[in-house]
Design a protein around this ligand. Structure first.
Ligand SMILES: [Zn+2]
Length: 188
């Protein structure tokens, strides 16, 4: 916010840069909105795999909470949520890769033997969504593939992310039966 204001009042070249920063910000915001909407969708539709309560006990963790996105407020079960846009019909399982997050913390957790169950929300272009689940017990270290660090020109230079390769899990990702949604709405 403060960065926008500073650049916005600067000379012409700074204003041109400001648009770039704002575009990046818009993209980040759109991505974040999709992420939050995916988390809300899982909390609304998925029952906790730990305690099996039917009263939808998952609550969203704060956005700056690093290791997980959802916590069951009855039994403490933690889960991560990834959301992805796709084209066409929602598949029965997920093949290929989805975008992970920061590699450093993920690598450290894996070295400590810590894995979190993963929900994936796929959304197609007509606003249908479905929820998929891969419990931590079926995850492997090979699934989590580090990417190249961002170059010196990048806004987050040196930052390293990872991909999640679904084909390297011990079993297929499951499309959960109470997680199909006809209309997926991103709030403005
Ligand atoms: Zn629970």
């Amino acid at each position: 916010m403060s960065r926008h204001r500073r650049l916005g009042h600067g000379p012409t070249h700074a204003r041109r840069r400001a648009r770039t920063v704002e575009e990046e910000h818009d993209m980040a915001t759109t991505k974040q909105k999709l992420g939050t909407a995916g988390e809300e969708l899982v909390a609304k539709h998925a029952r906790c795999p730990g305690c099996k309560r039917t009263d939808k006990s998952f609550k969203l963790l704060p956005p700056n909470f690093k290791c997980a996105d959802l916590v069951c407020d009855f039994c403490g079960y933690l889960a991560q949520v990834k959301s992805k846009r796709i084209k066409g019909e929602l598949p029965d399982t997920i093949t290929g890769t989805i975008l992970g997050a920061a590699w450093g913390p993920q690598r450290e957790r894996m070295e400590a033997g810590i894995y979190f169950s993963l929900y994936v929300v796929l959304v197609n272009e007509v606003g249908q969504a479905s929820i998929y689940f891969l419990p931590r017990d079926l995850q492997t270290a090979e699934m989590f593939v580090p990417r190249k660090s961002l170059g010196p020109e990048a806004r987050r230079a040196g930052w390293q992310g990872f991909m999640i390769d679904m084909d390297k899990a011990m079993a297929d990702v499951v499309r959960i039966s109470d997680g199909d949604v006809e209309e997926f709405v991103l709030r403005a």
